[in-house]
Design a binder for this molecule. Structure first.
Ligand SMILES: *[C@@H]1O[C@H](CO)[C@@H](O)[C@H](O)[C@H]1NC(C)=O
Ligand SMILES: *[C@@H]1O[C@H](CO)[C@@H](O)[C@H](O)[C@H]1NC(C)=O
Length: 421
């Protein structure tokens, strides 16, 4: 009853007067690109399918040297995320599968284990401290932008993870491939890595086992050590200290452990016995101190049958939804023309929601649904429109004046949501 009225009102503001607001910029790879991404497709040609991506529902082919498969939903594959500062990928790890040591120069990463067991870690630049942990189903780990990181299947069955980045093109540089999979002369490789000649020759025909390479890199990096202390790799939240607009104050690095970068609560189903039959379990900076300052976070959404996340915004960040189980109908509304982008999502589907726009999700299936949602902010915020209007003490006359809703409707919703006045 609320939405149609909002729509009618917004027709009074001509859509073209808002044309300067860029809600999104769906990639048009046929046009020239720039450092900020691809050029934008004409808005009139944009459809909801630009914001939905199906390929992450399909297992990758792990029959390769590394026994892994990464299926990216970056801007080249998934045009809808262009310019939105977020992306996602599927990572399949067969038994013994390895994600060799690598960096993502363009973004921080957050990893959610969908199935089985993955050992993952990263290495700080300031002190070469290693943070690594065995992760189980439902665990989340965050990796700061640009740091060397790795992962491998440490179980006896294939593993599956969903990884999200706060950049539509985070980039990937695999250290071994950068050194040994091109024509950089062996003498130079040896000079700049301190690897010996035998190792260098061996690796021109096969990729160096990571276990032989890392200790050497570590020995070297001890020569540098504390001179890099001014680089802030991360800023784990210390809620006991004052916070500011950019986030919480940093915990002292000496007190930081790997457990600050790992969060277990998303493994636990939320309690959907409530008015909206939905449960949101956030892994934002207040709950998960490791994401503070890293520009990324995650949450778990449980939707019982009939469950709904009512129309809301996240003022602070763009959002990507990955459907783990069930069927979810989701949509958002552009600010420039109030166009609705609405889609039914099935297991493995991904949909992106541009920062700050009104959007919603509801269970449109006959079984409970589960989604894992990433944001390109450690504190994206959440404002539910109905709760903002009807769950506080804003006087009914003012609610009626600014929404054009009638008094009976306002009183009814205030009664349901606990509002007064
Ligand atoms: C997986 O990749 C291997 C090696 O490239 C190939 O031989 C095989 O046919 C692929 N399997 C599938 C199911 O595509
Ligand atoms: C779920 O929430 C309801 C309502 O608050 C409560 O009665 C119930 O005990 C909760 N269930 C669990 C398993 O915590």
């Amino acid at each position: 009853m609320f939405l149609p009225i909002l729509f009618t009102i917004s027709l009074h503001f001509s859509s073209s007067s808002h044309a300067s607001v860029l809600d999104f910029c769906v990639a048009d790879p046929s046009l020239p690109d720039g450092p900020a991404g691809f050029s934008c497709k004409k808005p009139a040609k944009v459809t909801v399918d630009d914001f939905v991506y199906h390929a992450l529902g399909i297992p990758g082919n792990t029959s390769n040297l590394l026994k892994i498969a990464g299926t990216p939903a970056f801007a080249p594959q998934f045009p809808g995320i262009n310019g939105l500062g977020i992306s996602i990928a599927r990572l399949d790890l067969a038994v013994d599968g390895v994600r060799p040591i690598h960096t993502h120069p363009g973004g921080s990463e957050i990893l959610f284990v969908v199935e089985r067991t993955i050992c993952a870690g990263f290495i700080s630049s300031s002190a070469n401290t290693v943070y690594f942990k065995t992760l189980y189903k439902g665990d989340v780990m965050v990796f700061p932008q640009g740091l060397l990181q790795f992962g491998f299947n440490s179980g006896k069955t294939p593993a599956l993870a969903i990884i999200s980045f706060n950049n539509p093109n985070p980039g990937l540089q695999l250290l071994d491939f950068a050194l040994f999979a091109n024509n950089l002369p062996s003498e130079i490789v040896e000079k700049v890595t301190f690897l010996d000649d035998a190792q260098g020759h061996h690796t021109h025909t096969a990729i160096t086992p990571v276990k032989m390479f890392l200790p050497i890199l570590f020995t070297i990096s001890l020569l540098f050590s504390s001179s890099h202390a001014s680089v802030l790799d991360f800023c784990v939240a210390d809620p006991s200290l004052p916070d500011g607009p950019a986030g919480f104050s940093c915990k002292k690095p000496a007190k930081v452990t790997v457990d600050d970068f790992v969060y277990h609560a998303l493994a636990i189903p939320g309690n959907t016995s409530n008015l909206i039959k939905a449960a949101v379990t956030p892994a934002f900076a207040p709950q998960f101190p490791g994401v503070n300052g890293l520009g990324i976070s995650m949450l778990r959404l449980d939707l019982a049958v009939g469950g709904v996340v009512p129309i809301h915004t996240h003022p602070g960040g763009s959002e990507i939804v990955f459907v783990v189980e069930g069927t979810i109908c989701a949509g958002f509304i552009s600010s420039s023309a109030n166009t609705v982008y609405l889609k039914t999502l099935y297991k493995g589907d991904v949909m992106v929601f541009p920062q700050g726009l009104l959007h919603f999700q509801f269970n449109s299936g006959k079984t409970p649904a589960l989604a894992i949602i990433s944001f390109n902010s450690p504190s994206p915020g959440l404002q539910l429109v109905d709760f903002a209007l009807f769950a506080n003490n804003l006087p009914s006359e003012i609610v009626e004046k600014v929404t054009f809703l009638d008094e009976a409707q306002v009183k009814k919703l205030k009664a349901v949501l606990g509002g007064t006045g």
